[in-house]
Structures are given as C-alpha cells and as structure tokens.
Design a protein around this ligand. Structure first.
Ligand SMILES: Cc1cc2nc3c(=O)[nH]c(=O)nc-3n(C[C@H](O)[C@H](O)[C@H](O)COP(=O)(O)OP(=O)(O)OC[C@H]3O[C@@H](n4cnc5c(N)ncnc54)[C@H](O)[C@@H]3O)c2cc1C
Length: 399
C-alpha cells in the first residue's frame, strides 16, 4: 500500500485549494448530506444549486471526464484529492449527484456522439437534473426481475410500469431507466437502458417520506409514456451491461465520500462526549466512553486503509476488486453503530428531534440515527455485500 500522493496530485491540490479559498462554499446548517433530499425551491435546495453553479463556473464539476466533454481529465489520484479538499471545507453536495456520478460517465462510455452532445453539458451545469429509475416493487437486490415494459412503436418506445425509491424524482428533468424490451428472453438479456424526459405526458411522481421527515424518495408511475428511440443507450436488450457500468460508478462514488463522513463522526463523538453532562462532569470523564470513541477512531482508520488499498489497486490499472464491498459494509455498519452510541451518550436528550429547542448539537444525532440505516440498503444491501465477499473473497459456494 502506498501512503504518499504524487507531486502531480499535490499540485492539483494546491490549485483546487486556492480556488476554494477564493470561492468558499456556503454553510448548510441542516444536517442533510444529500442535496436531493431537500424540497425543490426550498432555501436548502437553492443553496446546493448555487454551489453547484459556482463549482461549474470554475470548471470543477465532472473533473475526471474528457476535456472534450467539459471535464479536466483528472486522474484517479487527483479525484481522491478533490474529495479530500471538498470534505476539508465541508462543501455541500452538488445537486445533480446522480447525473454526475452515474449517468454522465455511463454516457461517456456507451452513449452515441449525439447523446453525449445533447445530454452531457446540461448534466455538468445542472440545467437538467437526473434520477435513477432502476428499482421496482418486485425488483431491488434482484434487479433483473424488473417488469416495466418498453414496446417499440414507430420511432418511439412506449413505456408502462412502476419504479420505486426513485431519489430526487421530484426535482428531475430526466431519468435513466431500465425497462424490459424482450419478455421472452432470459431475464438479464431482455432489458434496455432508456433516457426518459420526466416532463413527458403519462408520468406521475408520488412522494415517499422517510422516517427522518425528509422527502428523498418517490414512486414513479409510467402510463403509455412515449420516448424517442434515439434515447436508447447501447443496443436494444443490452441494457444489463450498460446498467452494470452505471452501478459500478455508483458503488465507487459511495465508498470514498461516506468513508470520510465516518472518520469525521468519530471526532464529532469525542466533542459530543465533552458536552454531555454526567455525574457532575461530562461523559468524557468516563473511561469506558473514551475507550469506545477510541475504538470507533481505530475502525475508521482501518476503513481509510481499506480504501487506500483499493486506490493502490486501481492506480496499478487493476479493476475495482471486492474491497469495495468490504469497505461499503464496514462504512455502513460503523455509521449505524456511531449513531447508536451517540444516542446512548445523549440519554434523554436523544429524544429531541433535529432543530428542537433544548436539543444538543441541534438534534443532529437523532436525525442521523434515523437516517443511518439507509446506507445499509442503498447501492446493494449489507446481505448482498456479505454474499459478494463470501463468494468472491472466501470462495464459498453460491447461496
Ligand atoms: C437511500 C436510498 C436511495 C435509493 N435510491 C434509489 C434510486 O434513486 N433509484 C433506484 O432505482 N433505487 C434506489 N434505491 C433502492 C435500492 O437500490 C434498493 O432498496 C436495494 O437494491 C434493495 O432492494 P429492495 O429494497 O427491493 O429490497 P429486497 O431486494 O427486496 O431485499 C429485502 C431484504 O432481503 C435481503 N435479500 C435480498 N436478496 C438476498 C440474497 N440473495 N441473499 C441474502 N439476502 C437477500 C436484503 O438484504 C434485504 O434485507 C435506494 C435505496 C436507498 C436506501
């Protein structure tokens, strides 16, 4: 494992840091990590959007993409430095996360020249916000069981079906959608990857409210929605391969950013313990509390090394390995356990909601407790990550 960054990456850090110093990000008080979880038009959404535009005007969106499509052709190492610098200044997330992390890179790989020219500039500028229409009521972990149908009719596909857990569909202008185009073929071979205008007639978006009170998800219904055939990405019935490109980009975008959050959380727990009154002093006076916080810090450091091992592997030109599943599993488990420990520390204060009067630290820990579980589900559940590790790392028989 290599712990040092190259001079090229450090030069990149200096350039980006100087730009961030000149263009400091806005402060987002609400403890929402994902811009998509804010309501359209709300002050929080607006601040995320403005930050996105500022970053775009500086040329700091889609940095790994080819220069011909508005990127900087940043190396993998530079993209890690980029994430570190954004975390250092507590920058809010960009509003078009799914466009930038998932469909943009997929189009660069699979899209026609016409599709790249049409869609990529507006992904970067956030003029068009994207959502991901993959999961359905009967197709999550077993995504290839999806039932939404797309039938060719002249120059169009006609789409009927339902998607669920569609993050940010209430903001979205476009959706990258998986639909079944050959119901007779084996399930992985009859799927197509289609780009759908969310303003088309026949689309209904219904909110799903999480237990945090946020509106992040939606159900999306498609009734005879017409989509031009030119919006097909890859060949007809080849959508499973295209989707796998998107999912690989999703997983790689999740691990790093969230891992940084977990490392920061151990520090925040130490600060919290110093504030929670206990037995005439603070919780920090209790050695068992200090030991538990130290344990979280150790596990966070181990997670960082796991990520560096992954990075070293990729810098050697090897494809992402099963370390990604290990890192995602550790990160999501740590997120849940740190939130639970904060609840124990807070005792009766844990019952205050975010922003409630008398809540310690604005009630952010109870908000995080309610939100922590999502990381064990999104991007492949913990059970699925266990299966991957069992089969591909430990060589166990398929479950
Ligand atoms: C925060 C968040 C954001 C999301 N955003 C989107 C989005 O924008 N677009 C989108 O399309 N989807 C999105 N999803 C959906 C997500 O991809 C699915 O929830 C996930 O794939 C799991 O599918 P499911 O909910 O249908 O659960 P199921 O697949 O029905 O699983 C139910 C339970 O069974 C277990 N299980 C299933 N199969 C196996 C197996 N083979 N072995 C062992 N255990 C198994 C699972 O681990 C789980 O505990 C999002 C989810 C979350 C939490």
């Amino acid at each position: 494992m290599d712990f040092k960054y190259s001079e090229e990456a450090e030069a990149f850090r200096r350039e980006f840091r100087a730009w961030l110093d000149a263009n400091p990000p806005p402060r987002i008080d609400h403890d929402v990590a994902i811009g998509e979880f804010a309501e359209t038009g709300s002050a929080i959404w607006q601040r995320h959007l403005e930050w996105h535009r500022t970053m775009h005007s500086g040329g700091w969106v889609g940095i790994t993409w080819p220069k011909s499509y508005g990127g900087r052709e940043a190396t993998l190492e530079q993209s890690i430095v980029y994430g570190e610098e954004l975390a250092r200044v507590h920058a809010p997330s960009l509003v078009n996360g799914l466009g930038i992390a998932m469909v943009g890179p997929t189009l660069i790989h699979w899209g026609t020249e016409e599709q790249k020219k049409r869609f990529i500039p507006k992904i970067l500028s956030a003029e068009e916000i994207w959502c991901q229409g993959f999961s359905e009521p009967g197709a999550g972990s077993d995504l290839a069981s999806l039932q939404t149908r797309a039938v060719e009719d002249g120059d169009d596909f006609v789409i009927n079906g339902q998607k669920v857990w569609t993050s940010g569909a209430h903001h979205a202008d476009m959706c990258f959608l998986l639909a079944r185009t050959d119901p007779e073929a084996p399930k992985h071979k009859g799927i197509s990857y289609i780009l759908v205008d969310m303003h088309s007639p026949g689309i209904t978006v219904r909110p799903l409210i999480q237990m945090t009170g946020d509106h992040g998800f939606n159900e999306v219904f498609f009734e005879d929605v017409r989509v031009p055939r030119k919006n097909l990405v890859g060949a007809k019935n080849q959508g499973w391969q295209v989707a796998n490109t998107t999912l690989a980009f999703e997983r790689s975008s999740m691990g790093g950013g969230s891992a940084r959050d977990v490392i920061g959380a151990a520090r925040e727990l130490a600060r919290l313990a110093r504030r929670v009154p206990r037995d005439g002093g603070t919780a920090w006076d209790d050695s068992s509390v200090r030991q538990q916080v130290a344990q979280f810090a150790i596990e966070s450091a181990a997670l960082r090394y796991l990520n560096l091992r992954q990075l070293t592997r990729r810098l050697k030109g090897l494809p992402p390995g099963p370390e990604g599943s290990g890192a995602k599993l550790v990160m999501s488990d740590l997120t849940v356990r740190t939130a639970k420990f904060a609840m124990e520390l807070l005792g009766p204060y844990a019952q205050f909601e975010q922003n409630a009067a008398f809540a310690l630290e604005g009630g952010k820990w109870s908000y995080r407790m309610l939100g922590a579980r999502m990381m064990t589900i999104a991007g492949g559940t913990s059970e699925i990550q266990h299966n991957i590790i069992g089969e591909r790392v430990l060589g166990l028989p398929k479950g």
